[in-house]
Design a binder for this molecule. Sequence first.
Ligand SMILES: Nc1ncnc2c1ncn2[C@@H]1O[C@H](COP(=O)(O)OP(=O)(O)O)[C@@H](O)[C@H]1O
Ligand code: SF4
Ligand SMILES: [Mg+2]
Length: 338
Amino acid sequence: MPPPLRSRAASQPEAPLLEVVNLTVRFGSPVGEVHAVEGVSISVGAGETVGIIGESGSGKTVACMSMTWLLPSPPARYLSGRITFKGEELRRNDEAQLRKVRGSGVGMIFQNARLSFNPAYRLGRQIEEVLRVQLGRSARAMLPEMVQTLRYCNIAEPEAVLGKFPHEVSGGVAQRVSIALALLSRPDLLIADEPTTALDLLSQIEVLSLLARLRDESGLSLVLVSHDLGVVRRIADRVIIMYAGRVVEEGPASAIFAAPRHPYTQGLLASALQQGDGERLYEVPGTPPDLASLPPGCSFRPRCPFAFDRCVTMPELAPAGATHQARCHLLERATEHA
Ligand SMILES: Nc1ncnc2c1ncn2[C@@H]1O[C@H](COP(=O)(O)OP(=O)(O)O)[C@@H](O)[C@H]1O
Ligand code: SF4
Ligand SMILES: [Mg+2]
């Protein structure tokens, strides 16, 4: 396995850079209300890398986009949630404040960078437009910095790349261009939603190493979303496991990977080990729940090999060690039997 890329942030500082408290987001659907994110709290410290893992449909993207209230409402229904960034509450209806935070405080990069660019325009033109709208700066004034940032992101011939259309560059180059674009506004926090998922192995390693390097060199905080256990394992200081819209386990990466406490996390790790390379997030037996008709009690119950009578009620996220939490009734049972 390649060496870990964890940050130098030894522990979470006292005042988080970003704090999401009790976020609940739902969507209407013809078959019922989709409980996409339920009571999720996430905090990210300065210079810290927080990895969010969960299978498809577990609410990772909705949670990340809600961090700067980016999802339009409707269709999203925000039932609860308080978000603070650098100690200031982000107000959902304060467009001027949100534009400023999205433009310079929090950068976002997505899974398929090529698709996030408009296919009809050259990359340089699109970057110019973003700079003009977000930063109010002209491309001419920013050109040297733009070229330098692209070079920093391992783009060998920045001027040539700026002259290309999105389909003329590889997925890895497009992703590095989107990272460079996010960096131009000098964010304090970068939210990367599955940034390596659509890439070949070599590009995955390049993009991940780049994210780790810029975090270490600029003190940037990173939220890294992935369904790939290997990616998160290599880079995250702290890990959040999501299942069916809820956080089911959270703690330092070292604690989670050494001693997972939730049966879902245990299943993920066991299946990764069974595959032999311990690198990816493999499937836990059974199918993910339908978020429009969740079973009563613990959402993992239909797939859980340890389910018992108490699991018909929803467990709370409870301490599973000094800095580690899990949402499972087995924790209480262990305490009762201790
Ligand atoms: N615009 C939307 N309208 C309706 N449902 C949505 C919308 N966006 C997301 N969802 C639903 O929210 C749930 C969580 O989705 P998402 O956050 O994208 O999951 P993940 O990123 O973990 O794969 C899914 O059931 C998805 O179908
Ligand atoms: S609460 Fe029960 S069903 Fe849920 S993960 Fe724990 S043991 Fe399994
Ligand atoms: Mg997603």
